[in-house]
Write a protein that binds this ligand. Structure first.
Ligand code: SAM
Length: 261
């Protein structure tokens, strides 16, 4: 699918997928089941939208670029029931949209906004059954990294605290028009059930993790100076002279759950 007179907008991260093999792999990974409520972020020219609609019959899609709405609506008309929301996805309240029936998020995301979109989805994790996103490969590597890895950091801890993160496959720049400068990868995120997360105060966890990785070369004792003292670090079962990149997700959760003294 190619909308002939559409002027690609770099500022909106527009790189349109044109490799049918990749589209097919994403749809196989999503594996829509009857009754699933699928919500696509950034349908663009419909590379994923139309095949998903064809397979599933109905779909909601959130697109910011108003120039794409009319051609997308026209392209979808004979394929299935497309509900288009013309909005910045960051202003869409997924909890309201889900209305008690968790949604499945899908999207080849605008790379310049991938972190805000991921954190926005996390804020609505209870309303989201799972997510399948195309992102920069480098971001997927950071999301899925384990302690000890050079790329283990705030994104790894914050996502893994709330979701199971599974990288699925890599995608080369040539699969898109125009091609991005970087490699891409598709990742699956499955929010953990609320009773399995164990984070007492999400804002506190965010503050601890931000401080710990804000100065990743420092020891925990120094990096956490303003958020937790040595006694607390020890009470969480962590070594004050360890560095943030060595601490597993559960360690950060234990520390954040301690009462602040
Ligand atoms: N899904 C299409 C594809 O695979 O070819 C387009 C993917 S393109 C990488 C990202 C899409 O997200 C574009 O259509 C862009 O206009 C849209 N977009 C960018 N910022 C957005 C935002 N804040 N809210 C919703 N959509 C946005």
């Amino acid at each position: 699918m190619h909308f002939h007179n559409h002027q690609t907008k770099k500022s909106l991260g527009q790189h349109f997928l044109h490799d049918h093999g990749v589209v097919e792999k994403i749809i196989l990974a999503v594996a829509p089941k009857p009754g699933d409520r699928i919500v696509e972020i950034g349908p663009g020219q419909g590379a994923l939208t139309l095949p998903l609609l064809n397979k599933h019959g109905a779909l909601t899609a959130i697109e910011f670029d108003r120039d794409l709405l009319e051609p997308l609506t026209a392209a979808a008309r004979d394929v299935g029931e497309l509900t288009l929301i013309a909005a910045d996805v960051l202003n869409v309240d997924f909890t309201t949209l889900a209305n008690g029936e968790p949604i499945r998020l899908v999207g080849n995301l605008p790379y310049n906004m991938s972190s805000p979109i991921l954190f926005h989805a996390l804020n609505h994790a209870a309303a989201v059954r799972d997510m399948h996103f195309m992102l920069q490969k480098e971001v997927v590597d950071r999301m899925a990294a384990d302690p000890g890895s050079k790329v283990y950091g705030r994104l790894s801890v914050m996502l893994q605290a709330y979701c199971e993160v599974t990288p699925l496959f890599d995608v080369a720049p040539g699969a898109f028009r125009p091609p991005p400068k970087v490699d891409s990868a598709v990742v699956r995120l499955v929010p953990r059930p609320a009773d399995r997360i164990g984070v007492d105060d999400p804002a506190r966890l965010a503050a601890v993790v931000r401080a710990a990785f804000g100065q990743r070369r420092k020891t925990l004792r120094n990096a956490l100076q303003h958020v937790a003292d040595t006694a607390m670090i020890e009470a969480a079962g962590l070594r004050p002279d360890a560095r943030a990149e060595q601490i597993e997700v559960a360690g950060f959760i234990r520390l954040a759950n301690l009462p602040v003294t």
